[in-house]
Design a protein around this ligand. Structure first.
Ligand code: FES
Ligand code: MG
Length: 570
């Protein structure tokens, strides 16, 4: 250890009234004197909640982390932070990602801890925790919930989210009974853990591994696998060493780690939501990551055959070898970058072996070539938009068609099944008002349902364009994150039914083929929509949220403040 006084000693090492207060009240939990003798105090930041079912296994993992911390000579203290249940919160858990990040940041800063273990899993919890931790910059390590066991129903594997979207369209098309639909619910989610498709949760866990902010194998071990509990124990040991080594987060994460995350996201067929989350985390770290940087993933092939881009599930990915195999396949393409082990990321692939080549393909025999997310630009998205080719239909990735515009989500819900809706399979569906300020919170509604009359004809994909997001479990030729959003006056606000839109994913183009004079006329006639919220956190959010291409953080939360708080509570 350096001669720098340990952070926790500014709370517990004081032989005065303040030290008395800090220690005495903690002792009401039965901690002995030696817990305060200067050993590393490790915060375990837990997003466990019964309203976040994906994180319901985190109590078990917290206990395992504590064992590891004690074993290594540290003192573990668990604390709760706001939890974000993706499937339970309205209008969208994304509205609260930045609120969780504030909770995490201020909890870490205000308490006398030396290092922190982040226990998260469900979609927004991982990025929210990393954003908050990044703004304080203590030694930090992640343990993820881990995926649920594979969904099972009627003798088949079914995937979280992905099969919900499929079944729901089957019911609308008359190909599945409502009784069967309801029966599938219990088979889909049958253990603790996060979505077992390569949705946003498993994507973010996979990217944590590629970024080196968790121990190897953290991404894919099932939530209920005893090896995950052992990994949590080992993580507890490691965070104590990280405090001794003063290995703060900014000594682990540099731009290279984010570039590795982008490469890995392409290889695993990861979620579009990773873009917004990585941009936001980098913003906290004061790392200059931009939407354009995601283009480096463009030439990386799809290696992992998991839903929604492929057919398997996370349990299969784990048994095939998991992220260490993916990192091995990426090989020299990975940037040299540090990890929580204080070793290069290449060491995460040491000893990796693939046990099922249909689940994880070799780099030179991929599932799809050039599968990474495409960044789109053009007069319809001056600051960018994205599309995920690995989950799209090849024939629609280059497409010109007439727009059918839904002005609001309510407009869409009211008219999508209208038998007279003037659309065919070449129509481009456009949805406005679902960006960060618009909904608010940029909900996962960008994968609009296929209009009822077309779904009955067997149409399962159309080009869809919005300023919203889509679930990491979703699929289709869906253009997302159009920036600036329509509610903020972006050109998307000016699109009218019947306009022609051109998408060319390969060339990175999204154009509205309407001349400038006409667009100016429409702009002048436009009126500002009224905000949906006038008070509380949602008001703060609407007033301060950045656009999608900037990570949708609140403007005043970008960056960090690593100062020690010196003013005492009494
Ligand atoms: Fe929580 Fe998918 S809804 S991980
Ligand atoms: Mg989601």
């Amino acid at each position: 250890m350096s001669d720098k006084k340990r952070r926790s000693q500014h709370w517990y090492g004081k032989l005065d009234k303040d030290g008395f207060i800090h220690r005495s009240w903690m002792k009401n939990q039965g901690f002995p004197d030696h817990a305060f003798d200067g050993r590393p105090i490790i915060g375990i930041c837990n997003t466990w909640s019964e309203l976040t079912p994906c994180n319901s296994g985190l109590r078990v993992l917290a206990e395992a982390v504590k064992r590891g911390v004690w074993e290594a000579g540290g003192f573990p203290v668990e604390f709760p932070v706001m939890s974000l249940g993706e499937t339970q919160m309205k209008p969208t858990a994304m509205l609260f990602r930045n609120l969780l990040a504030m909770d995490v940041e201020e909890s870490i800063r205000a308490y006398g801890i030396d290092g922190v273990v982040l226990l998260g899993g469900c979609d927004k919890t991982t990025p929210g925790q990393l954003m908050g931790a990044a703004s304080v910059d203590l030694p930090t390590i992640v343990v993820s919930s881990g995926p649920m066991l594979n969904g099972k129903w009627q003798g088949k594997d079914i995937g979280s989210g992905t099969d919900v979207w499929k079944f729901s369209e089957d019911v609308r098309a008359g190909d599945m009974t409502l009784a069967d639909f309801m029966a599938a619910e219990s088979g889909m989610s049958r253990s603790a853990g996060v979505c077992m498709t390569m949705g946003t949760a498993s994507t973010m866990a996979s990217l944590c591994e590629a970024m080196g902010v968790c121990l190897p194998t953290n991404a894919a071990l099932p939530a209920v696998d005893a090896r995950r509990t052992a990994l949590a124990h080992l993580t507890g040991k490691r965070i104590v060493e990280m405090v001794e080594e003063d290995l703060v987060l900014s000594k682990v994460l540099t731009k290279a780690n984010f570039e590795n995350a982008i490469l890995a996201n392409a290889a695993v067929g990861g979620s579009t939501n990773a873009v917004i989350h990585l941009l936001a985390i980098a913003g906290r770290m004061e790392i200059d990551l931009r939407l354009e940087d995601f283009e480096i993933g463009g030439e990386i092939p799809l290696l992992v055959n998991c839903m929604p881009s492929g057919k398997y599930l996370m349990e299969d990915f784990c048994y095939a070898g998991g992220m260490p195999v993916v990192l091995k396949e990426l090989g020299d393409r990975l940037r040299s970058a540090n990890t929580v082990l204080n070793k290069d990321i290449s060491t995460y692939a040491d000893g990796a072996e693939c046990f099922n080549r249909d689940v994880i393909r070799p780099f030179d025999d991929p599932l799809k070539p050039a599968a990474g997310l495409r960044v789109l630009k053009g007069n319809l998205a001056p600051e960018g938009a994205i599309v995920k080719p690995s989950a799209a239909s090849d024939h629609l990735l280059s497409h010109e068609g007439k727009a059918h515009v839904f002005e609001t989500i309510e407009d869409l819900k009211a008219t999508i099944d209208d038998p007279d809706l003037p659309v065919d399979e070449t129509t481009i569906l456009v949805l406005k008002g679902v960006g960060p300020k618009g909904y608010p919170g940029m909900p996962e509604v960008g994968n609009m349902p296929i209009p009822g009359k077309l779904v009955k004809q067997g149409v399962r994909d159309m080009v869809r364009v919005s300023d919203g997001r889509m679930s990491g479990t979703a699929f289709g030729t869906v253009v997302l994150h159009v920036s600036p959003e329509s509610t903020a006056g972006g050109p998307l606000a000016l699109v009218e039914t019947g306009d022609t839109i051109r998408l060319d994913a390969q060339a990175g183009v999204l154009e509205l083929l309407v001349d400038d004079a006409e667009l100016e006329r429409r702009r002048a006639a436009r009126t500002e929509p009224d905000p949906h919220y006038t008070r509380g956190y949602a008001r703060l959010y609407i007033d301060h949220v950045l656009q999608a291409h900037q990570g949708a953080d609140l403007d005043f939360l970008v960056g960090r403040d690593t100062r020690l708080v010196t003013r005492e509570s009494h």
